[in-house]
Design a protein around this ligand. Structure first.
Ligand code: ADP
Length: 448
């Protein structure tokens, strides 16, 4: 087992990894920007190294500085968290070239899944059902029209290099397609430095259902059921739950097995998430994330496993500590993402947190790097915490979420807490009756 690992991230996910490492008797190294000198992950790690100025390009995305930090501190492995360099194949490769273990999949698997067209092709070849669409990148409008005619409107144009819900445009007819095609390409170029786009059938009322998979890199893999992440704003998840309210055990077993078999076939190592849109009993692959997801705690809650511990174990060459038969669902879990944002526009709201009080008690987990007196810097993601509740069943989890939200105090900055309080009063949320468009429509009705 490793003696020391470095966490190439910040915020709640850095704490998440430091905690797992500490329980395993592994020393942790935090890296931080100058703006994060007072951040909780720096305080909580055994050691810390400043790797650059505030801008993430010069710090959390600075591969050379992170590798130097490993060499200075003697860290044998790097956990990338999510975001930043977590799906950067060149970083995984550079680490391995320096004899440092990347706690995640191989550079090759990251590369395959990072290019969405290659990912879809690979998924289809591995027996995973995919969304109907263009078989490859679409270079000009004539081809785009041809694809749209064959799959039927509405269609969605997506960036091959996409991520974070950016660069996606929907078109209901040929006239809209012309504009959408052009803007999607220029947005993709600006956001990802690559203007290649592809086209998919736009599903009208799907749910976002994703399957957690885990492999040991030696051809063994399991699935840990699904998460329903349909409640989204601008294609970004805000509320996630497991198990999915509409997924039956038979459906779960079927799609779960397809995903586990697929990743076993490629000897995938570590945690991965196969994302689907689900409509009328059918699953359609959209992408695979080759990393730990923000919403992984709901899966941990219902299966009683520590996914980060597992990631570290398999990265060190140890076997997974469970088999498929040993994985059993226990109850229901919900996560809400608490952002420092001002409603109704969700504008970022950094600043000083005068008082922070985390909810607690039975079945409540708060993953957050906040503390009273902390100043949330303006340079990074606005996620300041994740509140995760676990109950015997969905109604109990909802009641617990309501109770826990009432205990949470984040004084000094605006947060998305009032959004969740309002959502919990909605019959559709109480009944689990929502799809990927529900939240946008609801926000439109609430705030116009
Ligand atoms: P990103 O990598 O940018 O997050 P995804 O491919 O994972 O992009 O899609 C993000 C979200 O966009 C999905 O959860 C869904 O809400 C919406 N979406 C993507 N593809 C489609 C589609 N073909 N039809 C309808 N909605 C879609």
């Amino acid at each position: 087992m490793f003696e020391k690992i470095l966490i190439a991230n910040r915020g709640e996910i850095a704490l998440r990894v430091i905690r797992a490492a500490r329980e395993m008797g592994i020393k942790s190294v935090a890296v931080h920007s100058t703006a994060d000198a007072d951040a909780m992950h720096v305080r909580m790690a055994d050691e810390s190294v400043c790797i650059g100025p505030a801008s993430s390009t010069d710090s959390y995305l600075n591969k050379a500085a992170i590798i130097s930090a490993c060499e200075i501190t003697g860290a044998q492995a790097v956990h990338p968290g999510y975001g930043f360099l977590s799906e950067n194949a060149a970083f995984a490769q550079a680490l391995s070239d320096h004899g440092i273990v990347f706690i995640g999949p191989t550079a090759e698997h990251i590369r395959i899944m990072g290019d969405k067209i290659t990912a879809k092709e690979t998924a289809a070849a591995l027996g995973i059902p995919v969304v109907p669409g263009s078989p490859s990148g679409v270079a000009d409008f004539e081809t785009a029209i041809g694809v749209a005619a064959s799959i039927g409107f509405p269609v969605i144009i997506k960036a091959t290099a996409g991520g974070g819900g950016r660069g996606m445009k929907v078109a209901k007819n040929a006239a809209e397609l012309e504009v959408a095609f052009r803007t999607a390409r220029s947005e993709a170029k600006a956001a990802f430095g690559n203007d290649e786009v592809y086209i998919e059938k736009y599903l009208q009322k799907p749910r976002h259902i994703e399957i957690q998979v885990f492999g040991d890199g030696k051809g063994n893999a399991v699935h840990l059921g699904e998460r329903d992440c349909s409640l989204q704003r601008r294609h970004q998840k805000v509320f996630e739950e497991a198990p999915g309210p509409v997924i039956t055990p038979a459906l779960r077993d079927k799609i779960g097995k397809i995903c586990a078999d697929a990743v076993a076939k490629i000897s995938y190592i570590g945690a991965g998430t196969v994302e689907f849109l689900y409509e009328d009993g059918e699953f359609f692959f959209i992408e695979m994330n080759t990393r730990l997801q923000v919403e992984h705690p709901v899966t941990e809650a219902i299966f009683g496993v520590d996914l980060v511990r597992e990631q570290i174990r398999v990265a060190a060459g140890l076997p997974m500590s469970f088999t498929q038969d040993e994985l059993e669902i226990n109850g229901h879990a919900i996560e809400v993402r608490i952002n420092a944002e001002k409603l109704p526009n969700f504008s970022p709201c950094p600043g000083k947190v005068r008082m922070f009080h985390a909810p607690g008690g039975y079945g409540v987990r708060m993953d957050s790097a906040l503390y009273s007196g902390y100043s949330i810097p303006p340079y990074y993601d606005s996620l300041i915490g994740k509140l995760i509740v676990h109950g015997r069943d969905r109604p109990e989890a909802l009641a617990r979420l309501h109770r826990a939200l009432g205990e949470l105090v984040v004084d000094g900055v605006d947060t998305t807490v009032p959004l969740f309080a309002a959502l919990l009063a909605e019959p559709d949320i109480q009944n689990g009756d929502y799809n990927i468009h529900w939240l946008e429509k609801w926000l439109e009705r609430q705030f116009g």
